[in-house]
Design a protein around this ligand. Structure first.
Ligand code: ASP
Length: 583
């Protein structure tokens, strides 16, 4: 038997017990006649004591030659500690060792395996298995397990059935490129790895499975963006005989369950906001509503004077920054520089201080009088003591610039509190999105999303105006889930493909299997998928997903531990019919 107890469980009540422990040497201290070793495993740390007067000389000797991260087994007696450590659950006791076996030696690790480590990001990624021995990383993985377990409990209790779908499939469009796998048996042909199980879960609804979920890996070959992983995990769900309202209820319930089980937080029903409203009031379809600074549109009260920049703009829009009227010129210039950075792209910013005495002082006093500025304050909801910041230009672009500034201010002012949770639904997304590059409409969610019946007549005349039965669940400024009510008849699906620029042949070739299935009694259905990595990170009070993934890729999409991707040898290429033809 390797152990009678783990390293986290012995307490004062265990004093005098004979125990066997196994684990890693976290650190050792040698005082000559006495030595201590902190023994670590997943469950905690227990102090071992070796003492000249009570320990065999040979064991004493062996204890002194233990190195960091050696794997050892000890037998001994639990004794009460003389100097207790209230910071450790096992801090009242220590184990007086009578037998010591070295199970495996270790090289000196490349960084310290402590909560605060001296190892940089790269080296810790390379030795991820050592990094996982550290509490912060280990605890994040255990936390993820807990989230996953709660998801399974909640959905299983509602009769959802977890069903696996294949990984070697044909392309499912979710707006990214596919990772492909060459087929050795079918020279020149490829499988695609799923960007999501979208079509399979719909086929499971045709198959009558009624309520499906799966905690599943998805693969998307996207251009690298910070904190994105080419493979990530979804909580993927689908239901039959439901309307949008049913889905919102079930998954609001799931989110509420998680917040309650994990944080003991109870949240009433989640607010809902249409996509249009989110864009108008926050410039963003995933607003962080933990703080205010809602947008105020100023066209009506700023385009009547001689100020050409505003007069020529499609949109003039501002926010009131609470208490920031006392910002210095330097602080305001800092914000102006911030919005002018290429990543944000504003050409300038107008400001207006709403002084505590009720007067206004703006950077455009030349053009606007106090009565004008009072109207700006009204439109942005500013109070005395606030600073109004205003951007202008093309509407979409200006909204997204002001949204970036609002988030930056939220961060700077500490308004984005990690232990505060503000979920909301964003609903009524547009069905289609104009793509400048290809000069075509794309499905904003995916091609299987149903248009709102009352907007169908606009498909031919004003496709950008058609709204979809699509929704996102947003938490603290992050989209954590999204889905839609699906099309479930062949004709509408064919019409949709036509509007997306597919010829009937192309549609049949790529999605014939789905449209055929729709001819055999497809029930009305819909669903959504949560991003498990992001959801876990946010519930864990963090914004980076990497710490919640056991073996993540780095920002360049590489696994630096196993060194992938890597080249394969010529014979393997040939076997896969991928050999380059050398002339
Ligand atoms: N398949 C969708 C996605 O990955 C989710 C859904 O529509 O259910 O975003």
């Amino acid at each position: 038997m390797y152990r009678s107890h783990n390293c986290g469980e012995l307490r004062i009540a265990d004093v005098d017990s004979q125990v066997t422990l196994s684990g890693w040497v976290q650190k050792s201290r040698d005082k000559g006649f006495m030595a201590w070793v902190d023994l670590r495993d997943r469950y905690g740390v227990t102090q071992l004591i070796f003492d000249d007067s009570r320990t065999d000389a040979s064991i004493m000797q062996a204890a002194k030659s233990l190195g960091r991260e050696f794997v050892i087994q000890v037998k001994g007696t639990v004794i009460e500690r003389e100097s207790k450590n209230a910071n450790m659950p096992t801090g009242d006791i220590e184990v007086l060792v009578t037998e010591l076996t070295v199970l495996n030696e270790s090289q000196t690790p490349p960084f310290t395996i402590e909560d605060e480590t001296d190892g940089g990001e790269d080296i810790r990624m390379k030795y991820r298995y050592l990094d996982i021995r550290r509490n912060p990383v280990k605890n994040s993985l255990i936390f993820r397990h807990k989230v996953t377990q709660e998801v399974r409990n909640y959905l299983s209790n509602l009769d959802f059935c977890e069903i696996e779908t294949p990984y070697l499939i044909k392309s499912t469009p979710e707006g990214a490129r596919d990772f492909v796998v060459p087929s050795r048996m079918n020279p020149g042909q490829f499988y695609a790895l799923p960007q999501s199980p979208q079509t399979f879960k719909q086929l499971l609804m045709v198959a009558g499975m009624d309520k499906y979920f799966q905690i599943v890996k998805c693969f998307r070959d996207e251009d690298l963006r910070a904190d994105r992983q080419p493979e990530f995990t979804q909580i993927d769900c689908e239901m039959s005989f439901i309307e949008q309202e049913d889905i919102l209820q079930v998954f609001e319930g799931l989110t509420r369950h998680l917040l309650k089980e994990i944080h003991h937080i109870e949240i009433d029903s989640f607010p809902r906001m249409t996509y249009d409203e989110a864009m108008r009031t926050y410039g963003n379809d995933k607003p962080d509503i933990r703080f205010g600074m809602k947008f105020g549109e100023l066209n009506a009260v700023a385009q009547h004077k001689e100020f050409a920049i505003f007069n020529n703009a499609e949109l003039v829009v501002g926010i009131a920054v609470p208490g920031a009227a006392l910002y210095t010129r330097k602080q305001i210039d800092g914000l102006i520089d911030w919005v002018k950075r290429p990543q944000v792209g504003a050409s300038g910013m107008v400001y207006c201080k709403y002084e505590n005495d009720g007067t206004f002082k703006s950077s455009v006093d030349k053009f606007y009088d106090q009565a004008d500025l009072a109207k700006w304050a009204e439109a942005t909801g500013a109070n005395p003591g606030d600073l109004i910041l205003i951007l202008s230009g093309p509407a979409n672009q200006t909204r997204s610039q002001l949204s970036a500034l609002r988030m930056e201010l939220g961060n700077q002012m500490g308004l984005r509190k990690p232990n505060e949770f503000a979920p909301l639904w964003v609903i009524d997304f547009p069905l289609l999105e104009w793509d400048e590059d290809t000069q075509r409409y794309h499905a904003m969610h995916h091609p299987f999303t149903s248009p709102k019946k009352e907007d169908m007549h606009l498909l031919d005349t004003d496709p950008g105006k058609v709204r979809a039965n699509a929704y996102d669940l947003v938490l603290n400024g992050n989209e954590i889930g999204g889905g839609s009510i699906r099309i479930h008849d062949k004709e509408t699906q064919a019409l949709m493909f036509k509007h997306l620029g597919f010829t009937p042949e192309q549609a049949q070739d790529q999605f014939g299997f789905l449209m055929n299935a729709f001819q055999y009694g497809a029930p009305p259905h819909g669903g959504l998928a949560f991003g498990l990595d992001r959801l876990t990170a946010i519930l864990g009070g963090q914004e980076t997903i990497r710490d919640f993934i056991a073996f993540p890729k780095n920002n360049a999409g590489r696994d630096v531990m196993i060194d992938a991707p890597a080249s394969i040898d010529a014979s393997q290429l040939e076997e896969l019919s991928l050999a380059l033809q050398v002339k």
